[in-house]
Structures are given as C-alpha cells and as structure tokens.
Design a protein around this ligand. Sequence first.
Ligand code: ZN
Length: 430
Amino acid sequence: MDRSVILIKNGHVIDPVSGLDGIRDVLVSDGKIAKIAEKIDEKSLAEGTEVIDAGEKIVAPGFVDVHVHFRDPGFTEKEDIYTGAKAAAKGGFTSVVMMANTKPTIDNVDTLKYVLDKGAETGINVYACANVTMGMKGETLTDMDSLKAAGAVGFTDDGIPLVREDIVLKAMEKSKELDLPLSFHEEDPSVIENNGINRGKASEHFGIGGSPRQAEINMISRDIELAKKTGAVIDIQHISTKEGVELVRQAKAAGVNIHAEATPHHFSLTEEAAIEHGTMAKMNPPLREEADRQAVAEGLADGTIDMIATDHAPHTAEEKARELTKAPSGIIGLETALPLAVMNLLDTGKMRIRSLMASMSTNAARLYKLDAGYIAEGGPADIVIFDTDSKYVYRKEDIASKASNTPFIGCELKGKVHYTICKGRIVYKA
Ligand SMILES: [Zn+2]
C-alpha cells in the first residue's frame, strides 16, 4: 500500500496558500510533492508507481488538528497514540497536536519525549503542547525553555482552566519571549455548578445547576486584557458562546494577537443534543443554544475563529455509562470532523471550500509553526482526498478510535475521506 511514488490524477486540487483551485495531477515522491501539473504522463514514471484516480474528488492539504487528547501515557484504556493516530488518518488528518493532560502530565521533558517518540512511529505527524503549570495545578510555571527545546509546539493546561491571573500573566510573558502560542480552556470554575451541561434548558431538564455562558465570557475577557498587556500569541480553545465569539472579534479588530478554535460539535449541535443523548453529548464547554451555534459558524465564516479543532476526547463505555454528573466530559471527533463541516458549513452556504480547507489545515499550521497546510512543489506530501457528496450511516463498527463516545452514531453523514497520504505514504484508504 505504501509505495514511495504516487500519482494522483484529475483531482480538484485546492491549496489555500497559493489559491490554486482547479483540476491537476499531483506527483508524490520521497515524501514530498514532486510536481503539480495539468497533465502528468504516467508512462513517463517508474514502474511500480501507484496511480490514484481522484476524478471528481477534492485533493487538499492534510487536515491539521491542534487539539486532540490521545490519553497516552496514563489513560490508554481510553485511547493510545497509535489508535488516536489511526482515527486521525481515517478522518483525513495528517498532523495533530496532543494536549498535555496525560498521566503524568506533559509538564516535563521525559513525558514530552515519550509522546513525540511514540508519535513518530504512527505514520502521521504527532506534535504536542506542554503544560503551562506543573501538574496542571495552576501554581508554578513549567520549565518552558527546555520544553520548547525538546519540541513542544505550544503551551496549555487544557482540561483545567488557569484561575490565577498572576500565573497567566507570567505564562504570557514567557511564551511571548519563546514565540510560541498559549492555548486556553476558558471556563471560570467559580460560576459553574456542574461541568458539561449548559445552564438553561438542558440543566433545567436534568434538574442540575450546569455551566453558565458567563464562565466562558469571564475568562476570555480576562485573557484578552492580559494579551493586550503582554503581546502574547493566544489561542482560545473550543469557543462555545456568541459573546465569546464577539469578544474575540473585537479583540482581533483592536490588534490583539488572538486566535480561536471551534469544535465540529459546537457548530453542529445545541443543548438539545445533551437532553437527547445525555453523557454522550456532555462536554466542556457544553453545547449551548442555537444562537451560539450560529455565532460559532459565523465566526468561522468571517475569520474570527481561525481553526476547526476537534477536541477529540475519548472515554470508555463504562465511564460514559455513569450518571450524568459523574461521567467525564468530552466526545471523540476526528472521524466526523469533515462530514460535520460539509453538512453544517458548506452545504448551508456559510463557508466556501477554500476557506473551509484553510480553517482545517493552513491556519492551524501557521499558528503552531508546522510545515503543513499547503500543497506546493517541494512541500510535504501530506494530502487528503475526499468527496463532499457521499452519504452513509456512521456506524460504531467503523470507528478507528479505541473509544466510541459520540452522539453521532446512527446518524447519516455526508462527505467522505477516500485517501489520507502523510509524508508521501498512504496512511488511510477507504
Ligand atoms: Zn478544553
């Protein structure tokens, strides 16, 4: 399956960087894109060249997800780096950035090295953020210099909000000096009664306090002020409220170096899904209201939100079978990201394919300084080949992830990955 020379014929090639948007042949050799032309004669190529007919399909930069939880080390009953990478490849992703809430957490160089070394065996590009604070306790900064030197592409305590303002300020000053992004899980715990369920219709349905939108507004507001002061590059993770989107929009307009991620579930679902699916639609921050869902889509469309990032968060069936307030938050997302984007952003006319591709690869690669997110001669042969028309029912037995905690099982999806090529090798074939 993995030959070193691959000719992709007749694909609709989309490159958000150069603006290329047309039918081309693409030749892959030795891990790089060797040639892009209107016609490449296969007879001129060496014997054994793999030829992929991509007629009527889109050929785009492999997707880049800057927010995945691969649970390794420490929670490999949920997922490990190998199965996480398989799920990524199946979803069209060729580069992922692991979050650092493993056990031990990635607050030290040894754990970071373990993650990166194991990731290097997977066939896709596995990167990692390191922690902002030791043990994610929010009190003492990690040795950010040596973590950067060991390969961290950013810093985050994702999973646990950073409560102490003085710590955030110091972290911003340091990350600014290191020129790496700092990404934030923005939920103020002081106003949350129960994680993962929106305060409003859903929390009332379950008779619990839930998590109010104010939790997100409080922390985004604070971090915008701190970013203004420090000039740090910040990334607001999994934005969920219309107010949050508007705060980011205004901060960008004011020149703050702020970026934002949206998950597929936040532009696809509302708190109605939590009412219907219970723990399978419990996540932090929670699914909100229709106006919020629309605002997230609008934010992606106008560039306020730079990136689609899945927050792929595997958990075991046993954990998700617990009662609502005791079950962990999060759903898997790598294998449904493309179809959800097709159905909720493309088919609704909110986004065009080229800007959608930028939000699924180019923008994330730029922010995290990854050599990815473009299709050009001499560039990396990280490519996804997909269509936006195939309809199929998403079945549990088709999931490549070790986990299956998702409310989308049994749903009809539209848009399908046919091939994922990473570093010049086919890492997924439908
Ligand atoms: Zn988070």
